[in-house]
Design a binder for this molecule. Structure first.
Ligand code: SF4
Ligand code: SF4
Ligand code: FES
Length: 262
């Protein structure tokens, strides 16, 4: 992150700032400078809206909640993948032009808007939640509190796809996309696999369709997650261990062959 320069950002004051915004579509584009007024306390999305309102009415920007909860406003600000609605201007060096680019990993539609349908196609393939029969005639279940809490972290995901954006497996190698679902889907798979009521075995799916072996645990995904989900340590590594247990544990393999469960 660029060092903050708050010397010109006294509370209640405004000043000019230059946003260097990517303009273009799938056929190409360029960065265009827009110098606008900004107030102390604004976020990058606010300033993009000022640009849109005053100088570039056709600027494509995707957002919904402006509260860090819908995951729509992901972009790369000064090269850092982030939510523009949660990136405060007073954390940036506003004495220099601030670049705003679309997330790189997905095909560009227009300006800052990308086609993230890759993620929804992956989600659709994941075997659904398969709960066991209720524990009581009234349809209720009994679960250990610690088993319930284990998956709570994964349910915080807002589907901003910043983790997908930084994952080098697909960011630098789009040809891997058919074979690798990416960290967001591993979070979803971990949520299902660790659910105390779920009965499905997704180990083969995680290995084959998920392509988890492509991940070399660089932790870049964890570093950018705005929900502070420990993607690598708490989702990916346990899933890798399940795959290793099933496919690479010789005793388990022999037992499976002998019992017909392999
Ligand atoms: S830890 Fe794995 S999934 Fe996360 S960014 Fe690195 S390679 Fe991608
Ligand atoms: S896991 Fe984190 S970074 Fe990835 S999509 Fe969910 S909220 Fe965004
Ligand atoms: S606008 Fe919803 S997360 Fe930024």
């Amino acid at each position: 992150m660029t060092q903050a320069d708050t010397s010109h950002l006294e509370p209640g004051t405004s000043r000019t700032v230059t946003l260097r915004v990517f303009r273009g579509d799938a056929s190409g584009g360029e960065f265009v400078d827009y110098t606008v007024e900004m107030d102390e306390g604004q976020v990058v999305l606010d300033v993009l809206h000022t640009v849109q309102a005053t100088q570039a009415g056709d600027l494509a920007v995707r957002w919904n909640c402006k509260a860090g909860k819908c995951g729509s406003c992901s972009a790369e600000v000064n090269g850092n993948p982030c939510l523009t609605c949660m990136t405060r201007m007073n954390t940036l060096d506003v004495s220099q032009p601030i670049s705003v680019a679309p997330i790189k990993t997905f095909p560009l539609i227009k300006d800052l808007v990308t086609d993230v349908s890759f993620n929804y196609e992956g989600a659709k393939q994941i075997p659904a939640f398969a709960p066991r029969a209720p524990d009581a005639a009234d349809g209720s279940y009994r679960m250990m509190q610690q088993d319930i809490e284990r998956g709570q972290e994964f349910r915080k995901c807002i589907e901003c796809f910043l983790c997908q954006d930084v994952c080098h497996v697909i960011r630098d190698h789009p040809e891997n996309k058919p074979n690798f679902m990416g960290p967001r889907q591993f979070v979803r798979l971990a949520e299902l696999e660790m659910h105390p009521l779920d009965t499905a075995d997704r180990t083969e799916f995680i290995r084959e369709a998920g392509g988890i072996s492509y991940c070399n645990i660089t932790k870049c995904c964890t570093e950018v997650c705005p929900e502070s989900i420990h993607i690598t340590d708490n989702a990916i590594i346990p899933l890798k261990e399940r795959v290793a247990d099933k496919y690479y544990d010789p005793f388990r393999w022999i037992f499976g062959k002998l019992t017909g469960r392999g």
